[in-house]
Design a protein around this ligand. Structure first.
Ligand code: CMX
Length: 427
């Protein structure tokens, strides 16, 4: 099988032709309508952009290039990146080639560490990670080629270079920031024999005698890669990239969205909620205690973190994947048991509460508890891990946009006066 770049070279012209002819023949066909509620309500459900890397079905969850995520849990993140970009899983040779490319590009320039070391010691790790990503922008091959006057049809090639260069550095960045921010000592050198996520686990320096933490890291990095095009981080990245800002600017922008408590920061919030719960009831609570704790949260005007979703209407299959992992590897762990009791009880509470359209858990309801059990206890760090994985989705989506020559994003906004005038004209 061809390597990543050769596969893209073969596929991109075919995809371009296909899209060109769809737009030519059916460009004026209506696929969506927008109501006033949707215009004021986060455009929920409006079909207004295209994403070919993955799809989130309300009743089935994440499907990556046609493959349900639960069928991908034994794969490596590098394989998922190849799949996101090309629509195919790599064979052994193509995977090896991609891993070699990533290892070749993995070194983080010293100025990035120098910059990180000057930040206040109590900085949020998400800000540190975003600063690091942005500070790498000076290396952008896309910007350099653009300045040299490259043709539009070539945009995807330097975007792929930027994507590989950035992805390659993520394990060192993530773990270097972890060790700096939480005073864990010197950075740990990568092990050239390890895969991308295995290396990340190794460079954290967390004791892992049975290799479970490394397996968790691989699974974590697979499950968070992509979630369609309209979520806050993917959409922000897409909009920024549509201005032909390079991958570093675009991904950094997306990650700033991921840092919000309703999006990627929810995994931190979940763990905080669970730790408080555990503290209040001295360990694994009973069903009655969980229900009371949940109602106290709701009655104080807060959401139950880790539950609900803008699109999903079933238990998130990524939650199920982590749950299967926990059942296999650490069924007796207190944190896993707490997550389990929560799952038995929260959906009923949310149904009774009657607001959330989806009372079922999303991925954040469990991911942090497993990290905590295996020794990564600094919960403010969790969104950085989400970011490491989601960078793969954002970069593959950006690559597709560049390859398909998508124009700048510019939907029309209207004012409330316009809506009032429109309604007056209708009655
Ligand atoms: N607990 C309590 N109330 C909830 C809720 C929850 N877990 N989920 C939704 N609701 C409430 C909403 O706040 C909203 O209330 P108002 O009408 O008072 O504004 C109402 O139910 C309807 O919301 P919805 O249409 O069901 O959900 P949204 O699409 O507006 O929001 C989400 C989706 C994820 C932001 C929301 O479910 C939430 O806040 N969940 C908790 C945070 C969380 O787990 N986020 C991670 C999501 C995964 C990710 O994107 O990373």
């Amino acid at each position: 099988m061809a390597n990543l770049k050769e596969t893209l070279q073969q596929k991109i012209p075919v995809w371009r032709d296909e899209i060109r002819s769809i737009v030519k023949e059916h460009g004026s066909t209506v696929i969506s309508e927008v109501t006033i509620q949707q215009a004021y309500g986060g455009m929920r459900g409006v079909k207004g952009l295209v994403c070919d890397t993955s799809l989130v079905k309300p009743d089935a969850g994440l499907i990556i290039r046609g493959i349900p995520v639960l069928e991908l849990t034994e794969r490596l993140p590098e394989e998922i990146f190849f799949l996101l970009c090309t629509g195919e899983l790599p064979d052994e040779a193509a995977l090896k080639d991609l891993q070699t490319e990533l290892k070749r590009r993995a070194e983080v320039p010293q100025y990035v560490w120098d910059m990180l070391e000057t930040l206040p010691a109590d900085s949020h790790p998400m800000m540190m990670f975003n600063m690091a990503v942005l500070s790498l922008e000076k290396q952008s091959v896309f910007r350099q080629k653009y300045d040299e006057g490259m043709s539009k049809t070539d945009y995807w090639e330097p975007t792929l270079e930027d994507a590989l260069n950035l992805l390659a550095k993520i394990p060192a960045l993530v773990t270097g920031i972890y060790r700096l921010r939480f005073n864990k000592g010197d950075r740990i050198a990568p092990n050239p024999d390890l895969d991308w996520a295995g290396n990340m686990a190794h460079m954290f320096g967390i004791d892992d005698p049975e290799g479970h933490f490394a397996d968790l890291m691989r699974l974590y990095m697979v499950l968070h890669t992509d979630h369609e095009g309209g979520n806050v981080s993917a959409f922000s990245c897409h909009v920024i990239g549509s201005a032909l800002s390079d991958a570093y600017y675009a991904v950094s922008g997306g990650l700033n969205g991921l840092a919000g408590p309703l999006h990627g920061l929810a995994n931190q919030e979940v763990l905080r909620w669970i730790i408080n719960l555990r503290k209040q009831y001295n360990g694994v609570p009973t069903a009655e205690e969980i229900v009371k704790f949940a109602w106290d949260t709701l009655n104080s005007g807060k959401v139950i973190p880790g539950y609900g979703h803008a699109v999903l209407r079933v238990t998130d299959p990524r939650y199920t994947a982590f749950h299967n992992f926990g059942k296999k590897v650490c069924p007796e762990a207190e944190m896993f048991q707490i997550v389990d009791v929560i799952f038995q009880n929260i959906p009923k509470v949310l149904q009774e509460h009657g607001k959330a359209k989806n009372p079922w858990p999303n991925v954040d309801a469990i991911s942090g508890s497993l990290l905590y059990h295996f020794g990564l206890t600094e919960m403010i760090f969790y969104t950085v891990l989400f970011s490491a994985s989601r960078a793969m989705g954002m970069l593959s989506q950006l690559l597709m946009s560049r390859a398909m020559g998508e124009p700048i994003t510019r939907p029309k906004s209207v004012g409330t006066q316009w809506i009032k005038d429109f309604l007056a004209g209708q009655s």
